[in-house]
Every structure is written in C-alpha cells, then in structure tokens.
Write a protein that binds this ligand. Structure first.
Ligand SMILES: [Ca+2]
Ligand SMILES: [Ca+2]
Length: 249
C-alpha cells in the first residue's frame, strides 16, 4: 500500500462469537530510512489495529483507543527500511457477537510526516530510549495509544527547573520525575482529566540524571487512555534553586 492510498475494506458478517473478519494491508517503503507514518481509519464499530513486521509474531504496536463508532489513529510511529503489515479488525468482546456488517466499510489512510525539531521521537517508552530536553526548552508529544509512555531526560547545561505538562482533552495525564542520582522518583498527578500537571522545583538537574515520564491514567469504563489527535507539551522552566534549609542547631 503506497502512502495516501485509501483502500476500502468491507468486513464480512461473522458467524460465531469471537471470530470476526480481519483486513490486512502491507506497507513497504525500504527507500525511506526514517519516516513517521500516520495511519488513520474509521469503522462503524469498535475497532482494533495492529502494526506488525512480516515474519515477526508479536505486533510492534497494537492500537485500540477509540470506542464504539469511533476510528483509530496512530499519530507518529517511526518506520524504517522494513516492510510492515497493518491489520484491522473489530474489537471482539467475550460473550458478544461481532457487530461488523458486510454493508459497513472502513477507510484506511496513511502518509509520511516530517517531525518538527521539538516533536517527540517514538519509541521512547523507557529511560534507555528517552528523548532529550534542555532546561528552558519544550517537547511536544502524544499519548497516542493505550499504554504509551514518553520519556525525556535533561540535556545540556545543568540547572534548577520546574516541569510543566500541558492539558490534553479527555486524558488524565501523569508526570513522573525521576532523579537517577538520588535513586528516587515522584509521580505528579494533581490534575484531573483534561488538566495538566506541574512538578515541584528540581534543584541542580544534571544532563541524563533527571528524567521525566509522561503517561496517562487508565480511563473509566475500560476505555483506553490516550488522545492521538491532541498533543501535549512538556516545558522545563528554568528557576532559581531553592534556598538551602538552615542547619538546625
Ligand atoms: Ca508518545
Ligand atoms: Ca512513547
């Protein structure tokens, strides 16, 4: 499937519980060493999508953020010089017949995007894969699918800072501050759904030693947490180091 192709794949009615049809598409662009794909598709029932490398049993990404009647969207996933398989199916629920119908169709589109300099770079779900962020700078990212975690470590000159995470509609964000020098971390989750988070002052943050994890609380009613359409921004504000506590005589 070439970029901007828009295949329509009607799903056939399934005959028994838990055995719906699937649509599979191959996306292969070995000439592109680095890119970001943006598959986007809609289906008139709960849907689930998997991105898999041929010959590899486990998908590299499985997305199920939209609810019944909503589509799915992957905002920014890096693709290398290998082929990928995209698989689409209804979200099967135990004890329920599939709702897909041969008269329903979904549309699948994808295209390359060029990330901005301050955009997150997936995959960045662990400290070992963290993106970098300088004090005074900001990064923009998406909690693009259920379970997405975005990790950033301080780079450049050391200093004291306060981290500010902007709000994302319908998502209860969590900001975790990791101090690798002191071997401790603290989660900041004061804000509610659709609200941001602000950390306490982190004094003398050194490059690679203070890091931040952006994630989301699990949504209510079993709904996947995330918003692949609305980005957050993580900003590290430079602040004066807090005064030393006076020694108790
Ligand atoms: Ca992300
Ligand atoms: Ca991530």
């Amino acid at each position: 499937m070439s970029p901007r192709a828009e295949p329509r794949g009607p799903l056939t009615r399934a005959g028994r519980v838990g055995c719906g049809d699937e649509g599979a598409f191959e996306a292969c662009h070995p000439e592109r060493s680095r890119g970001v794909s943006g598959p986007e598709w809609g289906l008139d029932c709960a849907s689930r999508a998997k991105l898999r490398i041929p010959g590899q049993a486990e998908p590299v990404l499985s997305v199920d953020t939209g609810g019944v009647g909503e589509g799915e969207r992957i905002p920014n996933f890096p693709v290398g010089g290998r082929g990928y398989l995209l698989r689409v199916r209804e979200h099967w629920l135990t004890g329920h017949f599939p709702t897909e119908n041969i008269s329903d169709s979904y549309q699948l589109t994808w295209h390359f995007i060029e990330p901005a300099a301050d955009d997150e770079s997936e995959v960045n779900d662990s400290l070992e894969l963290a993106n970098l962020i300088a004090i005074g700078a900001r990064r923009r990212g998406y909690i693009g699918w259920s379970g997405d975690v975005d990790t950033y470590c301080v780079s450049g000159e050391p200093g004291s800072l306060r981290a500010r995470l902007s709000a994302v509609q319908d998502v209860d964000l969590v900001l975790r501050v990791v101090d690798r020098d002191r071997g401790r971390s603290r989660s900041v989750d004061e804000g509610q759904t659709s609200e941001g988070e602000v950390s306490q002052v982190v004094a003398d943050a050194r490059a690679g030693r203070v890091c931040f994890e952006v994630s989301a609380e699990e949504a209510a009613e079993g709904r996947a947490a995330g918003n692949p359409s609305v980005p957050y921004t993580l900003t590290l504000e430079a602040v004066q180091a807090p005064a030393e506590e006076p020694e108790t005589p």
